[in-house]
Design a binder for this molecule. Sequence first.
Ligand SMILES: Nc1ncnc2c1ncn2[C@@H]1O[C@H](COP(=O)(O)OP(=O)(O)O)[C@@H](O)[C@H]1O
Ligand SMILES: O=C(O)C1=C[C@@H](OP(=O)(O)O)[C@@H](O)[C@H](O)C1
Ligand SMILES: [Mg+2]
Length: 176
Amino acid sequence: MSVPTAPDAAAARPVVLVGAPGSGKSTVGRRLAAVLGREFCDVDAVVEERAGKPIVEIFVDEGEPAFRALEVSTTLELLQRPAVVSLGGGAVLSDVIREALADHHVVWLQVSAGAAADRVGMSAARPLLLGNVRGRLIQLLNQRTPLYAEVASQSVATDGRTPDEVVAAVLAEVAG
Ligand SMILES: Nc1ncnc2c1ncn2[C@@H]1O[C@H](COP(=O)(O)OP(=O)(O)O)[C@@H](O)[C@H]1O
Ligand SMILES: O=C(O)C1=C[C@@H](OP(=O)(O)O)[C@@H](O)[C@H](O)C1
Ligand SMILES: [Mg+2]
């Protein structure tokens, strides 16, 4: 059996995407991973796979605290991989996650409430946005903007940019 060599420290660290719902974390993360030749991990998708149901059903059946607990444990696990890791929009609410992000390359995809509302529309997939989507996004951004700023090592504006333009802006600061 061969002895595994220690991975290169920089290559072993994930590139992490944070930002509000509709900022493009899942879309941009997938494309960025393809360009960088890295695995793509979407925390929400892994949570759904493990729970065996969509996030909206986890919220309804078990409540938001149960979702947040799954989100924290899954996020901490996926941050160990040399991947592109897209977090859920509310992950930064967790002190534990914010601490874990301190020594990572964290890209904050910035979006206005108006642009995010246009992107997510009336989709029922995001339970926290049900009802007045734009109003809820304004509330979420007011609460979370300081938290995204706290963890970010790179900020990229996404309003008026296509996903590929956002990927290019991220790549300007991320080495393969
Ligand atoms: N830069 C962009 N411009 C326009 N639409 C976008 C952009 N980024 C993502 N979208 C679209 O917005 C919606 C939400 O994107 P998504 O990647 O799921 O965001 P998040 O994971 O941050 O909630 C999707 O329909 C996606 O195709
Ligand atoms: O903002 C939030 O608190 C949430 C955002 C969602 O992810 P996206 O940001 O990918 O939509 C998902 O994790 C869940 O619905 C909660
Ligand atoms: Mg997403």
